[in-house]
Design a protein around this ligand. Sequence first.
Ligand code: THU
Length: 137
Amino acid sequence: MPKNASELQQALINAATIAMKNAYAPYSQFQVGAAVLAEDGKIYSGCNVENAAYPIGSCAEAGAISAMINGCQTKITAIAVAGVGDKLCTPCGGCRQRIREFAEPTAPVFICGPDGLRHSTTLAELLPMSFGPDNLS
Ligand code: THU
């Protein structure tokens, strides 16, 4: 059965929260999950994966985007990021740009914690005056 907007939002948040619990973060203990809603209406998720050689760890958003690309989708219509801790787990600078590659500035971004949705924003607010694929055309 097709989902309405608020059911989709909740499903996106749930997927990010489940991914957060699957994170491999033995060094920072900072588990992050991300879920993207793609144009096909499906949700693709990922978690952060750390490494003993610290700099080569990868962010949750990168994992979710990789899953989306593997699903043959290239447009993000909304994204949820869930992180542990008391502070808002906003996407890091690099991930804002990674998201921009596949999302319009108007795309909703839901920032979540283990307790659920904490803050709703947009990619434009996180990455103003962004440089995206259109800049190269
Ligand atoms: N992390 C993410 O997965 N996404 C972000 O946007 C911010 C940071 C991860 C990377 C690292 O494994 C841990 O959080 C601490 O920085």
